[in-house]
Design a binder for this molecule. Structure first.
Ligand code: ZN
Length: 331
């Protein structure tokens, strides 16, 4: 008998003799998420699927939520220069958090801001560096009201008259902040309800999809960009972590339903680009720097992952949330 056959028999008999631990439903959902993540979405998989210290209810590791004035971290730990990523989409992020400028025929739409200390060096100076005019900002769309994405909204509204767009429940949370909150408090402009809406500026329309879960008013988007004149559709995931959900089954269910909803809108639009608001999840900082590299024959734009990969991203989110809900015993 060959050694391999011995091993095979041992495995078979071992299984029969001692029984194999059947995969639990939690294991099955984690396995589905791992399969969907492949090597593309490891951080999203790890942060959402693997139990660890609670994360995700607040404003992130360097945020303090609505109150208190966090010190500006050492610039050497976060500063990144701006990049033109598509013909009409510009990255204005720090190494950790993304902010974007979508250029239309009638002005700019800023998608997510960042901490208040990043508004000047990243958004305003970033636009100037790229040859864009901050005075052209017409809308600031906030994916959700956590400090790492929304603290720049009030300043852009005040300085340039930009209209701030947010999910209705997140407006309620924002307007409850004290005036001394970092970055200030924007005045209520456009509130998006559970039905979502389309927002058109000039030649560009953004499909805004209400995806409650990470926060009650989290918004995700699908919108067109151009790569060397070719139109591509982007799916933008507006909120990721679930660490603060506890045993609130309704909140888990809402989050899971939201992932299916945005996945469907993305599929219908044939979205082939996935963007998050954290580089940890979408590799935006790394990919933005790759834009300048010459493309090899057959190589696509660094942000183009394909329609299947976009769907896999949302599968990771939904499957991890389902596993986590079961693990914490939410019913
Ligand atoms: Zn958040």
């Amino acid at each position: 008998m060959k050694p391999t056959s011995v091993v095979t028999l041992l495995i078979i008999f071992g299984g029969i003799a001692f029984g194999q631990t059947p995969a639990t439903p939690v294991d099955s959902h984690i396995a589905a998420a791992r399969t969907a993540a492949e090597l593309d979405y490891r951080a999203t998989f790890v942060n959402l699927c693997l139990p660890s210290a609670p994360r995700g209810g607040g404003a992130g590791p360097t945020g303090r939520g609505a109150t208190g004035t966090p010190p500006t971290p050492d610039r050497a730990t976060w500063y990144a220069p701006p990049f033109k990523v598509f013909d009409n989409l510009y990255w204005l992020g720090t190494r950790q958090h993304s902010s974007w400028a979508l250029q239309t025929s009638a002005g700019l739409i800023i998608i997510d801001t960042n901490f208040a200390w990043a508004t000047g060096p990243e958004i305003i100076e970033g636009l100037n560096t790229l040859g864009l005019n901050p005075s052209d900002i017409k809308y600031v769309i906030i994916s959700h009201a956590h400090g790492d994405h929304d603290q720049g909204a009030a300043e852009l509204q005040k300085r340039y008259g930009a209209q701030v767009v947010m999910g209705a429940p997140d407006w309620d949370a924002t307007l409850a902040r004290p005036a001394t909150a970092p970055g200030g408090v924007p005045k209520r402009d456009v509130a998006v309800g559970p039905e979502g809406r389309r927002l058109t500026l000039g030649d560009t329309t953004i499909e805004i999809v209400a995806t409650p879960g990470h926060t009650p008013g989290t918004l995700s988007y699908v919108f067109p960009v151009k790569d060397r004149g070719r139109t591509l559709m982007v799916a933008y995931s507006g909120g990721t972590l679930t660490g603060a959900f506890g045993t609130d089954a309704a909140r888990w269910d809402e989050y899971i339903a939201s992932q299916r909803k945005i996945a469907k809108v993305a599929a219908d639009a044939r979205a082939s680009v996935i963007i998050s608001n954290h580089s940890e999840y979408d590799g935006a900082y790394t990919k933005a720097r790759l834009i300048a590299a010459p493309r090899q024959p057959g190589e696509d734009h660094p942000f183009v992952v394909g329609t299947d990969s976009v769907q896999r991203y949302f599968t990771v989110m939904a499957e991890c949330a389902t596993a986590s809900k079961l693990r914490v015993g939410a019913q």
